[in-house]
Write a protein of this length. Structure first.
Length: 230
C-alpha cells in the first residue's frame, strides 16, 4: 500500500514574508566641552552688562548749572536776581557754568544780550567794562539798508563814515570823513521804521563830532576787518 506524503510547510525566509528587524539609530559622538570657550563667553556677557550699566549711569548723570531768568542787556551788571539754576544732563561740549560758581558771576557785566530761559556760558560775561576810560558812548541810528548783513556784536571794531549830503555834493564837497569806534550794544529794530540803534564807544575827542554827524543822518557804519574785536 503506498504511503501518502503530507506536504511540509514552507520554511520561513524562503517562501514566507520575513519580519524586518528594528534598525538602531546611529551613535552621535558627544561634543567635548571646551572650558576656555565657555569662560570667554561668560566674560563677554559680563563685560557687556557692565558697559551698558556705565553708559546708563553716564547718560543719566545730571549737573546743576546756571540759567538766565531775566533779560540782561549787553554792558549791564549781572545780579543774583537775574540767575536761576537747573539740573540737566548735558553733553560735555556744552560750555555751561556750574551753579557752584554763582557768586563769581554776580557783578560781572554781560558781554552780549542775555536772554531769559537760556543757559549761561562763561564767555557771555566779562569783568572788563565795555566803556573804557577816555571814551564816550554815542548812539548811532541806522536805517535798514544801512545795517551790515554781518552780525555785529559787542567789541567789534567799526568805522563811522560821514558821507556828503545832497547840498554838499552839489558844491563839490564830497570827501568822506571817518571816526573809529567800537560796538558796545546792538539794539533791536524799531517797529515800523526798522531803524536799528547801535551804541558805539569812541575817543572822548571824537564823541561830540560823531554825535553831530549822526544828527544829520549822513553816516554809514563800516566793519573794520583789521581791527577785529576786543
Amino acid at each position: 500500500m503506498s504511503k501518502i506524503r503530507t506536504p511540509q510547510p514552507a520554511s520561513e525566509g524562503v517562501s514566507g514574508t520575513a519580519h524586518a528587524r528594528p534598525v538602531s539609530p546611529p551613535r552621535v559622538a558627544a561634543r567635548r566641552r571646551r572650558p576656555g570657550m565657555i569662560a570667554l563667553c561668560v566674560l563677554l556677557i559680563a563685560g557687556g552688562g557692565v558697559g551698558g550699566a556705565l553708559l546708563f549711569l553716564q547718560s543719566g548723570q545730571r549737573s546743576e548749572v546756571l540759567t538766565l531768568v531775566r533779560e540782561v542787556p549787553a554792558g549791564a551788571a549781572v545780579t543774583d536776581q537775574d540767575l536761576g539754576e537747573a539740573s540737566m544732563a548735558l553733553d560735555p561740549a556744552v560750555k555751561s557754568v556750574p551753579a557752584s560758581e554763582r557768586d563769581s558771576i554776580v557783578g560781572k557785566r554781560a558781554a552780549v544780550d542775555l536772554k531769559p530761559g537760556s543757559l549761561l556760558s562763561a564767555s557771555q560775561v566779562t569783568t572788563a567794562t565795555l566803556l573804557k576810560a577816555g571814551e564816550l558812548l554815542v548812539p548811532v541810528g541806522l536805517k535798514p539798508e544801512q545795517v551790515p548783513a554781518s552780525v555785529l556784536s559787542p567789541g567789534t571794531r567799526v568805522q563811522i563814515v560821514r558821507v556828503p549830503g545832497e547840498s554838499q555834493t552839489a558844491k563839490g564837497e564830497g570827501d568822506p570823513e571817518v571816526i573809529s569806534a567800537r560796538v558796545v550794544k546792538v539794539g533791536s529794530a524799531t517797529p515800523g521804521t526798522g531803524t536799528v540803534v547801535i551804541d558805539v564807544a569812541t575817543a572822548s575827542a571824537n564823541g561830540p563830532q560823531l554825535a553831530a554827524w549822526v544828527s544829520t543822518g549822513n553816516v554809514r557804519l563800516v566793519i573794520d576787518a583789521l581791527g577785529g574785536g576786543s
